[in-house]
Design a protein around this ligand. Structure first.
Ligand SMILES: *Cc1c(COP(=O)(O)O)cnc(C)c1O
Length: 435
């Protein structure tokens, strides 16, 4: 299997090369040159790691990592993604928050880490992964790479602008993971990372890489839980599943479409956005107008120019085929709040603000549409991560999942830097030359 750029130049490279490169030379994103058909029958009711092996095998064909896929899948898929029924409503929930940082990004980050440590084995000097984060990504990447050999991680976050629990998850690491509190905004952090990648003299000392959500090594593993969940619905009902996916950068939604592409029993895919409505507006109007993001309660979805749109448009080049493939809706903060309160009262279920966008899109459907498919709400994070929002709406404490509780007991440490390239470069020069 070769991986080609969405911009259609170049002849394609191996999966390992695509994971290492992150972005194609022409600025496009990597996609598989073709989608294999995966026989689903063999993996009904398998553990997730076995489903992963079966679903991902064709994507690793011919790659140096192919022989290690079983070990990679075992390391990355060591926590479940259960489908649970909402009692009293005709809907299921795909729970993606049972990993170490209680959000779906754990799947992609852990799979990427398992691949990268194997690709890097024996390479010197160690690879330095730079991550700018506004919250969830940094924690998942840190947890995934913590104490992995041959790789160090440096996280940049905007000082004082992430929630206390998020900050704890970014700063509770030791050995190969360090956190920099930048005196500036998230955009400043991103600019600093970009500047580091472009600085020739810094790159002489440091081998830099990213673990960004556009990396194909984060996307492919996300097809696995959609495969497993759709087969579970199929087994129970004899019909395909339809997913409502809380969406920001569209990585999770793209993975759902790819699972359908390889032959999994998936019917509708509906994207639920917050007030960052670039995608729903595009499907309505046909004109693509990326814009600056606006802050919402579902902050991990505050994206005004979703990068994976490029993958969707490469797959569905004209508007009609795109509209046939997906639909999209958006939800205000007031609706997110009302939905969390209402569904807690009606069903005793507590949604995180991101999951609540999907619950709202479902609740809004006419009842004929709700009954016409086996709808599955994709739950992207545990509500305890957003306790300060959720608890005032439900009037109850949200119990903390044990993995998250144990992270929040770890001691914290970080280094504070000015928001200047000089400050970052100085820090990195020292970090990289001490090896
Ligand atoms: C990142 C994130 C999203 C958005 O996922 P994309 O793949 O960027 O569309 C939704 N919910 C949570 C909790 C997230 O962390």
């Amino acid at each position: 299997m070769r991986y080609v750029s969405t911009r259609g130049t170049g002849t394609g490279i191996s999966l390992s090369e695509a994971i290492t490169a992150g972005l194609a030379d022409d600025g496009g994103l990597f996609v598989p040159e073709k989608f294999p058909r995966v026989a689903a029958g063999a993996i009904v009711s398998s553990p997730l790691s076995r489903t992963a092996l079966h679903v991902l095998e064709p994507f690793f064909e011919g790659d140096p990592l192919a022989n290690e896929l079983e070990a990679i899948a075992g390391a990355a898929f060591d926590f479940p993604a259960p489908v649970t029924r909402v009692q009293g409503a005709r809907v299921d929930v795909l729970e993606l928050f049972h990993g170490p940082t209680a959000a779906f990004k754990d799947f992609g980050a852990r799979f990427l880490a398992a691949c990268m440590t194997r690709i890097e084995r024996g390479a010197a000097p160690p690879l330095t992964i730079l991550v700018a984060t506004s919250g969830d990504t940094g924690g998942a990447v840190a947890a995934a790479f913590h104490r992995q050999p041959g790789i160090q991680v440096v996280i940049l976050f905007p000082k004082g602008r992430v929630s206390p629990r998020q900050e704890h998850q970014l700063t509770c690491w030791d050995t190969n993971v360090s956190a920099l509190a930048v005196r500036g905004s998230f955009d400043d952090c991103q600019e600093l990372v970009k500047a580091a990648f472009q600085d020739a003299s810094l790159r002489e000392t440091c081998r830099l890489s990213s673990a960004n959500s556009i990396n194909i090594g984060r996307l492919l593993p996300q097809t696995v839980y959609y495969s497993a969940a759709s087969l579970q619905v199929w087994e129970r009902t004899g019909e395909p599943a339809s997913f409502i996916v809380p969406s920001g950068n569209l990585g999770n939604a793209t993975a759902c479409l790819w699972a359908r592409e390889i032959g999994m029993p998936i019917e509708h895919v509906v994207l639920a956005h917050n007030a960052n409505r670039t995608v729903p507006d595009f499907l309505d109007s046909g004109s693509w107008r990326p814009r600056a993001s606006v802050a919402t309660l579902a902050s991990a979805m505050d994206v005004g120019d979703p990068s994976n749109m490029e993958r969707l448009r490469a797959r569905y080049p004209d508007l009609d085929s795109l509209r046939a493939g997906i639909s999209a809706a958006w939800v205000t903060d007031a609706e997110i709040s009302q939905r969390i309160a209402a569904d807690f009262r009606a069903y005793g279920r507590t949604w995180c603000p991101h999951t609540a966008t999907a619950a709202e899109v479902f609740a809004r459907m006419p009842s004929t549409q709700r009954r016409a498919a086996n709808w599955v709400l994709v739950s992207t994070a545990h509500p305890a991560k957003f306790a300060e929002i959720v608890e005032r709406l439900t009037g109850r404490d949200v119990p903390m999942p044990p993995a998250l509780a144990s992270l929040l007991r770890r001691p914290r440490r970080h280094v504070e830097i000015e928001s200047t390239f000089r400050a970052l470069a100085g820090y990195l020069q020292e970090k990289c030359s001490s090896h």
